[in-house]
Design a protein around this ligand. Structure first.
Ligand code: A3P
Length: 301
């Protein structure tokens, strides 16, 4: 399936036609969840692949065999992508699923289900920068144009996959309503990977021995994943992802947005953010630690 220039639109949200069809998007919305399913939910560039790796490793007590032999899109398929029914049909045992869909698309399908949902958020300035660079290399996404133009579309919610604000607010407003919901952030994983793995293992009721935990830690580090062809997307042919224009495992930092945002873009972003998030109590970490143990700037809106 190439369809690199095709865009599918559902409820005003754009999706790349290379991976989605109207049928696959419709099927996802009426997906039949099983109580043993685990669903990773993210807005793109928020740490999806990282969480897929964590869950894969935790489920196998740190044994990297699967994460080093099966591509992430086969072991944790996106349920809205066209190939998912084929992959899931062949799968055995509890299923690990992924989605970028907003809550408004999946809420009904999840009603009454005991499937476990892991929502990973990331501060939206870093998401915007990561997404911008990803657009440059992913030939199934539109050319991003200048960063300023891309950022404007990101803030308006007219980029592919829709509005970051609607995504994070839609899903997190369900924390108390959806059974079995774990909310975790990219920054929390970055700042305390060990604690985050423990959190995931507790949530999945898969307690780990110390040695097993150490193995998980080692295999889902940035450096290890950057080398792992099953998650670094180098298996994707050049005409679909142009690897000369960037790498999927790009920087993996908190606060990299500072290297791209102008002062003016930052002020505009903050103004839009505080308006759109005024009814939300979510906290975001915008900067990485500057010196060891100090200067982590955490802002609350
Ligand atoms: P950057 O582009 O900022 O480097 P997704 O999987 O949702 O598409 O997110 C991709 C982003 O997560 C990329 O961010 C990538 O580098 C980062 N990432 C993936 N694995 C990571 C890890 N083990 N540690 C830190 N960041 C990671």
């Amino acid at each position: 399936m190439a369809r690199l220039d095709v865009t599918e639109t559902v409820q005003g949200v754009f999706f790349p036609g290379h991976l989605h069809t109207q049928d696959s998007l419709q099927q996802a919305r009426s997906f039949h969840f099983q109580d043993s399913d685990t669903l990773i939910v993210t807005y793109p560039k928020s740490g999806t692949t990282w969480m897929q790796e964590v869950v894969t490793l935790v489920s196998r007590r740190g044994d990297p065999q699967m994460s080093q032999t099966v591509p992430n899109w086969e072991r944790a398929p996106w349920l809205e992508q066209y190939y998912s029914s084929q992959v899931l049909g062949a799968s055995q045992g509890p299923r690990l699923l992924t989605t970028h869909l907003p809550y408004s698309f999946l809420g009904n399908a999840l009603q009454g289900s005991k499937a476990k949902v892991i929502y990973v958020s990331r501060n939206p300035k870093d998401v915007a920068v990561s997404f911008y660079h990803f657009h440059k290399m992913a030939n199934f996404l539109p050319q991003p144009g200048s960063f300023k133009d891309f950022l404007d579309r990101f803030l308006e919610g007219t980029v592919h996959y829709g509005s970051w604000f609607d995504h994070v607010k839609g899903w997190t407003s369900q924390v108390d309503l959806v059974d079995n919901f774990l909310f975790i952030s990219y920054e929390e994983m970055w700042l305390d990977l060990r604690g985050s793995i423990e959190k995931v293992s507790t949530f999945l009721q898969r307690p780990l021995e110390d040695e097993e935990l150490k193995r998980c830690l080692c295999h889902c580090s940035f450096s290890s994943m950057k080398e792992n062809r099953m998650v670094n997307y180098t298996l994707i042919p050049q005409d679909i992802m142009d690897h000369s224009k960037g790498t999927f495992m790009r920087k993996g930092q908190i606060g990299d947005w500072r290297n791209t945002f102008s002062e003016e873009q930052n002020c505009h972003f903050d103004a839009v953010f505080s308006t759109k998030m005024k009814d939300s109590h979510l906290n975001f970490v915008w900067e990485g630690p500057v010196k060891e143990g100090v200067s982590l700037r955490e802002e609350m809106f």
